[in-house]
Design a protein. Structure first.
Length: 447
């Protein structure tokens, strides 16, 4: 007898009411890896970034392959160690010109940065190509309300050295994606309209037609404008398209772990001059987990603190900005303590994903998260032996349980970026440009 199967959109109905069902085994194929109706369980991708590097001898695990032990810096990951692959010994393949700029652009996009007039700063730059989160968004975001979300925690960013250090998500050289620092505002954006759309409401078609008209008019204008203005209009058209997508998007299916979170009141305001770093970080993580559970988005960038940031880890008794600490050889213990604290916030996100059921597993089983920084060692400004973690299983694409992969010859960090992009189903065959170009995956990361 054929097994009983249900559509994942099945509702319990009666007396005018409808109740959604959780994800049941009857909705899945015999392996629990896809919906029986043919729909695939989505994969998610995120970059988790913290600025100014690590203390390398406390970051690198002992042992390689499956026989590795958590280093002091990675100790907070003990509850999710099986889901974490550690990559060491790799190098950002960019000309060593400006440390933080080289590292940020290289590890987040694979493209060399583009120098900008510095103005009042010592140096300024912008990305030379799209960051990998935006590459992923362009390939796997179809059908979601938000192609990607950008969130950040510490507001003490470097604003004077150009977009490379100020933002970690970029659609292209001239399209940085500013992050949201305010959890309450992110809640409103993601869940403020968490109600069914009345498809018969004439205002919906009116708004849609207005957007279509604007899009057509701007396309006609393109034929008469120069290249710089056409680029600006392309960015504007993309924004219009996203607005239209959000207007037309159906509300998320309330199945499995998807639910509207409780309203968020945390606004990331300083208290006595101190940033509420932990409260903001955990609230942002909770919102991201629910956005993924509800399939509102599948791609995110998470900037804990930016490169050259002046973030103060006051909860550790520190009073000096993080970037300044990394340049003081006598204060490397404080740099290490801050790294451990940030890794603990990343561990919280992973644990929340692991605790959120989906199909026969959990959200972390179907996700890939890349944790990294803008330099390897802040004291030396090196971009060699880069700190990289790749977490999650990406639907079985990535090695599980996780291992420690150490390169003996400073391989290209873009190999790791390409592996992440392919793990989440983008289908891309290369990433980056110039010295950072890679068409070779990190084979050891693959299951």
């Amino acid at each position: 007898m054929a097994p009983f199967r249900l559509s994942r959109r099945t509702l319990l109905k009666g007396l005018g009411a409808a109740v959604a069902l959780p994800t049941l085994e009857a909705m899945l194929n015999t392996h629990g890896t896809a919906y029986a109706s043919g729909g695939t369980i989505p994969k998610r991708f995120a970059t988790f970034f913290f600025g100014n590097g690590v203390v390398l001898d406390r970051w690198r695990p002992s042992g390689t392959g499956p026989s590795w032990n958590l280093s002091p810096a990675l100790a907070p990951l003990s509850a999710v160690k099986d889901y974490v692959n550690v990559v060491t010994g790799y190098k950002v393949k960019s000309p060593m010109m400006r440390a933080h700029h080289d590292g940020a652009a290289g590890i987040l996009s694979g493209h060399p940065f583009i120098e900008l007039p510095p103005g009042n700063a010592n140096y300024a730059s912008k990305f030379g190509g799209p960051s990998i989160d935006q590459v992923a968004a362009s390939r796997i975001a179809q059908g979601t309300t938000f192609a990607s979300v950008q969130l950040a925690v510490s507001k003490r960013v470097s604003a004077g050295e150009g977009p490379t250090l100020r933002y970690i998500s970029h659609r292209g050289p001239d399209q940085p994606m500013p992050p949201e620092f305010n959890p309450a505002a992110l809640f409103t954006r993601l869940f403020g309209n968490f109600t069914p759309v009345d498809q018969t409401d004439p205002r919906n078609s009116l708004r849609t037609s207005v957007l279509d008209a604007v899009r057509d008019d701007t396309r006609r204008l393109q034929q008469r404008l120069g290249s710089a203005d056409r680029a600006r209009l392309d960015a504007h058209l993309t924004h219009i398209s996203e607005l239209r997508q959000q207007i037309l998007a159906l509300p998320p299916e309330i199945i499995g772990a998807c639910a509207r979170p409780e309203p968020v009141t945390q606004t990331n305001r300083d208290v006595d001059g101190k940033e509420p770093l932990e409260a903001v970080s955990r609230t942002m993580s909770d919102l991201l987990v629910m956005a993924w559970a509800c399939d509102l988005t599948r791609v995110a960038s998470y900037m804990f603190n930016g490169g050259v940031s002046a973030t103060v880890f006051h909860m550790l008794g520190q009073t000096q900005g993080h970037h300044d600490l990394t340049h003081d050889a006598s204060k490397q213990n404080q740099v290490h303590d801050a790294t451990v604290w940030v890794v603990r916030q990343f561990a919280y996100l992973l644990q929340r994903l692991k605790a959120t059921p989906e199909a026969s597993g959990n959200l972390l089983d179907n996700s890939c998260l890349l944790l990294t920084s803008d330099v390897s060692d802040g004291l030396s400004h090196s971009v060699t032996d880069y700190p990289i973690l790749v977490a999650g299983r990406a639907g079985g694409y990535l090695k599980y349980p996780g291992i420690h992969i150490r390169s003996p010859n400073a391989q290209n960090t873009s190999d790791v970026l390409l592996t992440c992009l392919r793990a989440v189903g983008t289908g891309v065959t290369s990433v980056g440009a110039a010295q950072g170009l890679s068409s070779t995956e990190c084979a050891a990361l693959k299951a």
